[in-house]
Design a binder for this molecule. Structure first.
Ligand code: TXA
Ligand code: MG
Length: 337
């Protein structure tokens, strides 16, 4: 959709104008962001918001993120915004950061799941920003990731098409998502910042900007309000098993004796050539967290196609910059291990 200079071409602008008309009439449009594809609807149109929940088969008490086009809209949708939140927004927006703030009267209950807070972000993707501009200054897009509830988020238009094609009014194709993992979600208690979901922005970068530690909220399994915090989430349909390098070899050996079809996804350079057979595929991931994160969901989508009985994954390093990746893989493997 973009030209070599990164500008949107004429065809893209026309498609975005069509998408904006559909949204302003209460339709649902899948659109690209820098993190994952979103399933968007006009925040203030309750019928359109209901469609999102129906399409995703998502419980109605799971709130949606409100996507805005620029900073001036922040105080229209939120109030009593802490200084640290403003500082983070100014530093990281447009970008993969969602702030949970006290909602204003403009945000309907259907979007917040009845809570008095609202999640807000400005996405950093030219198509998303042009779309937000095209729907008009008083509007915003409520958008969860454009996947079925509990499944892997889409990082390309093709991923959305496979699952939601006939259910949405339009899919805007903006190429492959640059980040590939969902936004980091932060909550605020006065000026205290806590991380509700690790994501595209590492915690170390956030701490540098606010100059104090971020509280890590682990194991929120008893709370339902952040759906991505439930233990089993972001999961492929094929059982996914997570093992450290020394165990993955043994497990591959055990399973390959049972004549099952395996895909083994590693990152460390471990030698699995002895498993070369038509039943076993070995896939190598990048060794740095940025590129690993960018390709993770695409790989899971690719191999979650009934060709394999198991996905065996090498556990990534337990380091701060790998936090979001470890979080998603633990949830993806939860029910199988
Ligand atoms: O990168 C992203 O954040 C993508 C793109 C499309 O922006 N969106 C996304 O949305 O991942 P979703 O709905 O799949 O995940 C957003 C998470 C959900 O777990 C939701 O429960 C939580 O954010 N959330 C939204 N509003 C909230 C609120 N007011 N309080 C607590 N959690 C909230
Ligand atoms: Mg999601």
């Amino acid at each position: 959709m973009t030209t070599s200079t990164g500008k949107l071409n004429q065809d893209a602008l026309e498609q975005i104008a069509t998408a904006a008309r559909i949204l302003n009439k209460g339709g649902v449009v899948a659109f690209p962001t820098e993190t994952v594809y979103g399933l968007g609807a006009d925040v203030t149109n309750e019928a359109a918001i209901r469609k999102i929940y129906e399409i995703k088969r998502r419980p109605e008490n799971h709130p949606l993120i409100v996507h805005i086009g620029d900073m001036t809209q922040l105080e229209y949708w939120a109030q009593e915004i802490p200084q640290s939140a403003l500082k983070l927004a100014e530093y990281f927006w447009p970008g993969p950061l969602t702030l949970i703030l006290k909602r204003s009267k403009h945000v309907p209950n259907s979007v917040t799941g009845g809570q008095d807070t609202v999640g807000i972000r400005i996405p950093a993707h030219p198509v998303a920003l042009a779309l937000l501009d095209a729907i008009g200054p008083e509007k915003a897009l409520a958008a969860p990731s454009a996947n079925l509830y509990g499944r892997i988020s889409p990082t390309s238009a093709a991923h959305v098409q496979t699952v939601l094609n006939k259910k949405v009014d339009m899919i805007l194709d903006g190429g492959t998502c640059e980040i590939g993992l969902e936004s980091t979600i932060l909550g605020f208690e006065r000026e205290n910042v806590s991380m509700l979901r690790p994501g595209g922005i590492p915690v170390t970068a956030i701490e540098l900007v606010i100059n104090k530690p971020v509280q890590l909220k682990k194991n929120q399994s008893s709370e339902i309000r952040v759906s991505g915090s439930l233990p089993s989430h972001y999961a492929p349909a094929t059982p996914l098993k997570l093992y450290p390098a020394d165990k993955i070899f043994q497990e591959a050996q055990r399973l390959s004796k049972q004549d099952v079809r395996l895909v083994i996804i590693t990152w460390s350079g471990i030698d699995l050539s002895s498993f070369d057979s038509s039943n076993v595929r070995h896939v190598r991931m990048p060794q740095d967290p940025i590129n690993y994160g960018k390709h993770l969901y695409a790989k899971l989508h690719q191999y979650d196609d009934k060709t394999f009985d198991y996905i065996l994954m090498e556990s990534p390093p337990e380091l701060p910059d790998w936090l979001a990746i470890n979080d998603r893989l633990q949830r993806a493997s939860y029910t199988q291990t």
